[in-house]
Every structure is written in C-alpha cells, then in structure tokens.
Write a protein that binds this ligand. Sequence first.
Ligand SMILES: [Ca+2]
Ligand SMILES: [Ca+2]
Ligand SMILES: [Ca+2]
Ligand SMILES: [Ca+2]
Length: 305
Amino acid sequence: MRTKIISMLNFSKLYFILVTLIFFLSSCDSDNNSVAVEINDYSEQLATDNALLVDYLSTHFYNYQDFPRSENKIVSIEIDTISGDNANKIPLIDQVQQISVPLTDANNAIINHTLYYIVAQQGSELERKPTIVDSTYVAYKGELLSGYKFDERVSPVWFDNASVVSGFRYGLQHFAPGTYSVNESGIIRFQDFGQGIIFMPSGIGYYASGLAAIPNYSPLVFSVSVYTTNESDHDNDGILSKNEDPDGDGNPFNDDTDSDGILNFNDIDDDGDGILTYNEYDKDKDGVVDDTDNDGTPDYLDSDS
Ligand SMILES: [Ca+2]
Ligand SMILES: [Ca+2]
Ligand SMILES: [Ca+2]
Ligand SMILES: [Ca+2]
C-alpha cells in the first residue's frame, strides 16, 4: 500500500497501469470541471514549491564523493542535511542544472515549471539518452522534501516515459544508459549507466491527485539509475514516437495533425484521410518518406495527397 503509484508495477502490467494512472492524473490536471474539489492555482503553487525546492537544495547535499562509482560497485544516492560533521559539504544548489518544463492548465495557458537535476555519473551511451516518449529501464527512489521515502525500486522496471508524470519524463531524458553483459547463468550485469537526482515542483509531479503515499502539492525528489533505454513507436505506424513531432519543437505532446484529439504518436492515421500512416508514409519502400505532390508535407501528414 505504501506505494500504489509505482512499486506495484511489474513488467507485464506496466503499460496498462501507467496509462490508467496518467489518464487519472491528466484528468485532474486539465479538466477540473469534472472534479468537485477545487485545486490550487498552478502559478501560485509553483512559486510556493520553487521556494521550498530552493531552500531544500541550499540546505542539503548528496554523497557526491562516492562518484564516479568504483568499478563493480553499486552506489545508492543518499541526501542529507548540511550540518555538524557535514557542515562543509557542497550544497545541491551549487551542483544542479535546470530546465523549463511546460504545463498546460485548464485554461490552456502554458506555465513553465523549473525542474532541477544532477547527473552524479553520466552513462556511457550518450546517443541513447531517452526522449520524453521513449522507454527507460530504471531503478529509483522517490522522496519528499522531508526525507520521507514514499517509493523505491532497487530492481529496475520499464517505464513508458510518455505515460509517467512530466517531471519524471523530462528528468529522465538527461541520463544516458550504459552497457550490459549476460553471464553463463543468465545474470545481466549493467555497467557505466547514468545515475543522478531529479527535483520537481508538484505541478509536474502528482499535484492534487490524492495519492495516499504522497500528500497533495508535494515537490518530489527522485534518485534514478538509468540502466537501458528503448525507442518507442506507440502506435506501431512505422514512425518512431520521438519523430511524430511535425512542428519540430522536440515535444510530440503538441502535435495532432488532424485535430482528432489523438496525438500523432498515438494516432494510426495522422492526417485523418482514412489511409493508415503505416500504408502511406513510404509506399514504394525506398526508405524515403513519400511526398507525392511535392509540397513539403509528407503524404501521411497531408490529407489532400
Ligand atoms: Ca508512431
Ligand atoms: Ca511538437
Ligand atoms: Ca502516428
Ligand atoms: Ca493517413
């Protein structure tokens, strides 16, 4: 019960549960007409959360002296208060990087949330960093700013990044996986994988979702180990999900070419012309996406072609 959110997942149930969860969460996020409970204004909550995060980052440190890991050693990330024997530690705030994560509120306004992260050790396979719509095989620990650990998976699980909360999705993209080998007994050993910490305000976490283990409006801290990654094609239409981004802004969550309410990366007929994308994007199978009328828009996104 401790962690209904993630720890009950196993490989086979993962996708279904995450999709169910995200539908639940996104209905809370963007459609508060259907929820009787009034939820906090996102901008105001963001200001509160960011102040809490900056204070936390300024007063805490992690065991950075254990990184890079010595060979064959597993290192768990531990965060503690800067005080006493640890008074001279470098605070997290001096080590974080930050990015802006867009959140669309009920009025379709975009509110940019600051997400902080630390790469304690970067993975060796830099070209295989997961995008926000790929899959990631990850071990993690989730904590509140109080230090309360609400979830932990020491053995890695697969996540569909497109289906987890956006703070996790945008955080994971900064961590490269490593390599792995399988010994005679079939034991898989991961090496040189990326490891670090993601710090997120509640708006891109679980916000007011009413989960037992996580109080409403909790900023979250996730320590992660990214063991391996996989490119996703959610709708199996032959176009990788990360490439179903015709406006080219790196975000496949704002592309719905035929405006049918199904994002392109989940849409088997992206232009809504009745011809499946799979049957339209490269009819002559020459490896080049077809554009029959040469108007610069490929056939599968061009309803008049
Ligand atoms: Ca696709
Ligand atoms: Ca886009
Ligand atoms: Ca598609
Ligand atoms: Ca089509």
